[in-house]
Design a protein around this ligand. Structure first.
Ligand code: SAM
Length: 296
């Protein structure tokens, strides 16, 4: 375990600052204070953040930090922190590093032994969960699904047995297509919710079964307007269903063929990819099949 707090003597701190997801009133007083006091703001899009800073009369200089320059920017920012200057990291909206740039920088600053402080606040996933009326005791954040249909369907298939509430970021123009894929992967009955434009003027939450939301997203153009978080209730935890038995039989068949040619781990990994089963499920099943054949 490494614990570098409070960081090298004289070093600045990296503040990871959440910003509003649509309502400027959601910028916390502490976030304002930190954005004003830091020597530099690393922003996903400096023009976008410029609007926020102007609104609050904050004059701290900015540099861009986005997916395409994060690694090189991280080196510059670490040099800056070493000089005793503190830096605030922001993204266009919500919490940095959550389906947004920031992770590479945070990892690099942590590896350099410097202090990182969270200034928490808006996050679309958490806002949606808090009002979605689906179980929140355990949830599974999937971020954005693959944009391409085949890859998206494969991902959804691999989530079919996930018992936790799924949290998905989706672009509005794909929401109907994604809901159709969800119905195919999870069935029509799963409870679900779409939280649209949270914290904004047209904030709306649609709740219903996956099929109802899928039909609604076709007939009501508003569903596909603005920013969206999709929540889907987890897989019901029941005894093995006919579908499960069928997919387990399919997994077994693929495993038996692959295990005849490959080491167990590799066979399990490939079988999971081929069938859409979870890696650990395929691995457990491979172990079971191996033990069963040994005892025959
Ligand atoms: N870092 C952000 C956060 O903390 O939520 C997420 C950034 S991600 C690039 C943008 C996605 O978040 C959108 O496509 C949408 O799925 C979701 N999102 C952001 N703002 C939202 C809002 N006001 N209402 C609903 N969903 C929102």
């Amino acid at each position: 375990m490494t614990n570098h707090l409070p960081g090298p003597p004289g070093a600045g701190k990296l503040y990871v600052v959440a910003t509003p997801i649509g309502n400027l009133g959601d910028l916390s007083p502490r976030a304002r204070e930190v954005l004003s006091a830091c020597a530099l703001i690393a922003a996903e899009d400096t023009r976008h953040t410029g609007v926020l800073l102007k609104h609050f009369g904050i004059e701290t200089p900015q540099v861009s930090l986005h997916d395409h320059n994060e690694a090189s920017r991280a080196i510059e920012i670490i040099a800056y922190l070493s000089d005793g200057k503190s830096v605030a990291l922001v993204s266009d909206a919500g919490t940095p590093a959550i389906s947004d740039p920031g992770f590479e920088l945070v990892r690099a600053v942590a590896a350099a032994g410097m202090e990182i402080i969270a200034i928490p606040g808006p996050c679309a996933a958490i806002a949606a969960l808090s009002i979605g009326a689906l179980p929140t005791d355990r949830f599974c954040f999937e971020g954005f699904l693959p944009a391409r249909g085949a890859a998206r369907r494969l991902r959804l298939k691999s989530l079919a047995d996930e018992p936790r509430t799924l949290v998905i970021y989706e672009s509005p123009h794909r929401v109907h297509e994604t809901l159709e894929d969800c119905v195919a992967a999870f069935g029509q009955e799963r409870p679900a919710a779409i939280v649209r434009e949270a914290t904004k003027l047209h904030e709306t939450t649609y709740r219903g079964s996956l099929l109802e939301l899928c039909d609604g997203s076709k007939s009501d153009a508003d569903v596909a307007r603005g920013e969206i978080v999709l929540l889907i209730g987890g897989a019901p935890q029941t005894a093995v269903s006919a579908d499960d038995a069928e997919s387990r039989a399919g997994l077994d068949k693929v495993l038996v063929a692959l295990m005849a040619e490959l080491p167990l781990k590799q066979a399990a990994r490939l079988a999971a990819q081929i069938t859409g089963a979870r890696d650990n499920e395929a691995y457990k099943r491979a172990l079971f099949l191996k033990q069963r054949s040994a005892s025959l």
